[in-house]
Design a protein around this ligand. Structure first.
Ligand code: BES
Ligand code: MN
Ligand code: ZN
Length: 496
């Protein structure tokens, strides 16, 4: 069941709902909605601030049940932190925490006045969009392969209204489309690799294309790729019985003949490391190694759902990286689709080996006006930027600026790393045109440098989402990043 969103403008004290959400800053500063409820309820919120029950600390939540003088059954008071430092990132954070708290309550519907909170430099369409995406994110449950254990909570949130005028409708419509893309990406990435293998991803892409107009899907199998010369991708795939696919989705929302934007996403449905086998601890997380594929497919879904006026293609190389008697091995020399030869020094640096052929294919087939890839490419990127920022690499300052801006706008943020030629020397090989690893230092950048060798003449950028695609821990779920960033970037490129 998907959460239904709407806009409303009823007064907080009289609105008939299972729960109303209002914000309170630190130091007892009430937002206008909180002040209205407080006076309707005879000073109840202020008294709880004085008693210390409501701190106003950013993201804190307090439930008031059946307060007298208030039509709603409950009030959820959400802490906003200090008013003078309130900003966009805090706005997103408090909406996420509010949505989580709401999810724990037995309520089927709610009205949020958090969307009225002033955010410097942002309008109400932006506020509604961020709030709706935060709530949809919090409402997502992974249940595909088990029965949810928590049966105690009978009532699920089904409808959520944001306090805002009709000028925010566009923002809400965008949120609904982007949320669908985010859910598509998260579900695909969360599925285990014995279900979500290359053929499964291809089937999902095909199913989406069939359900839509204006979208077509083509899938190349191993034999078709062999004919075309995908020597690098096919080497990675060889060790697995789950045969590779090259998936291409095309959407025509723009003029006939207008050059498309192209997205390419790393689709390693499980990365064991291959012959350069990974350590056992944490290997299960490598089911998320198709997070780039999920992300670009999700962005594609969002773009189609928004009906963007542009042409878009999405290319997904999907493989499984496994050790086997027929696996590719360290010291193998591969001939890529581009013709460049590659010396394999580590079979665990497989992402770049499938991406190089996919990037070549996308460039040759579509001559895109911009080419952006997303990949859970390097552990080094997680060391450099942690779990908060996606690593962005590009030689094109204008394209990098567009993507960084889209990340800021959606708070799905990226941070740029240099792609200077100085780093290219680390990829030298005595046996091929390029080696597939660049040594210990600057691992995220040398991976980007490797890809850059296959994107000559393209307006290309690379997103390393190794740190941002999923949440760590046993119950960690896929985040759906960078769907919002990419969807925003495309929205900004689309003709209005
Ligand atoms: N999929 C991994 C990167 C990764 C590691 C993502 C940890 C998220 C968390 C990738 O295929 C890989 O194994 N990269 C190697 C590259 C190395 C062999 C040069 C890595 O990062 O260790
Ligand atoms: Mn690997
Ligand atoms: Zn990998």
């Amino acid at each position: 069941m998907t959460l239904q969103f709407s806009l409303g403008s009823a007064a907080p004290a009289t609105v008939d709902s299972a729960c109303v959400l209002v914000g309170v800053y630190e130091q007892g500063v009430l937002t206008s909605a909180a002040a209205q409820l407080d006076s309707a309820a005879g000073g109840m919120i202020k008294r709880q601030v004085e008693s210390g029950d409501i701190s106003g600390k950013a993201g804190s939540t307090t439930v008031l049940f059946a307060p007298a003088g208030v039509a709603a059954q409950r009030v959820l008071v959400v802490g906003l932190g200090a008013q003078k430092s309130f900003d966009a990132a805090r706005y997103q954070k408090v909406n996420i925490e509010a949505a989580r708290a709401l999810g724990r309550l037995p309520v089927a519907n709610a009205v949020s006045y958090l969307s009225e909170v002033e955010v410097p430099g942002r309008d109400s369409a932006w506020r509604v969009r961020i709030a709706a995406l935060a709530c949809d994110h919090a409402a997502y449950r992974y249940t595909a392969t088990f029965k949810p254990r928590d049966k105690s909570k009978q009532t699920e949130l089904a409808a959520l209204t944001f306090a805002a005028g009709t000028d925010a409708q566009g923002g809400l419509d965008q949120a609904v489309a982007i949320a669908e893309g985010v859910r598509f990406a998260r579900e695909l990435a969360n599925l285990p690799p014995n279900i979500c293998n290359p053929a499964y991803i291809a089937a999902q892409a095909q199913a989406f294309a069939e359900a839509q107009g204006k979208v077509s899907c083509s899938v190349l199998d191993e034999a078709a790729m062999a004919k075309l010369g995908f020597g690098s991708l096919l080497a990675v795939a060889r060790g697995s019985v789950n045969k590779p696919r090259l998936i291409a989705l095309e959407y025509k929302g723009g003029h006939d003949g207008a050059k498309p934007y192209a997205l390419v996403g790393k689709g390693v449905t499980f990365d064991s490391g291959g012959i350069s086998l990974k350590p056992g601890a944490g290997m299960e997380e490598m089911k998320f190694d198709m997070g780039g594929a999920a992300g670009v497919l999700g962005a594609f879904v969002a773009a189609v759902k928004m009906g963007l006026k542009l042409n878009l293609v999405c290319v997904v190389p999907a493989v499984e990286n496994m050790p086997d008697g027929d696996s590719y091995r360290p010291s193998d020399v591969l001939t890529s689709l581009s013709g460049l030869t590659i010396e394999v020094l580590n079979t665990d640096a497989e992402g770049r080996l499938i991406l190089c052929d996919a990037l070549t294919y996308a460039a040759q087939t579509y001559q895109p006006q911009a080419l952006v890839d997303a990949a859970t490419l390097t552990g080094a990127c997680v060391i450099a930027l942690g779990k908060h920022a996606t690593g962005l690499m590009s030689k094109h300052d204008d394209l990098a600026a567009e993507l960084l801006a889209a990340g800021e706008e959606t708070l799905d943020r990226a941070w740029r790393l240099p792609l200077w030629d100085d780093y290219q020397a680390q990829l030298e090989s005595g046996f091929a045109d390029v080696a597939n690893i660049g040594g210990k230092s600057a691992g995220a950048i040398t991976a980007g440098c490797f890809l850059s060798r296959f994107t000559d003449g393209q307006r290309w950028a690379h997103l390393d989402i190794a740190g941002t695609a999923w949440e760590e821990g046993r119950k960690g779920l896929a985040t759906g990043r960078p769907v919002a960033l990419l969807a925003q970037w495309l929205l900004d490129r689309s003709e209005q």
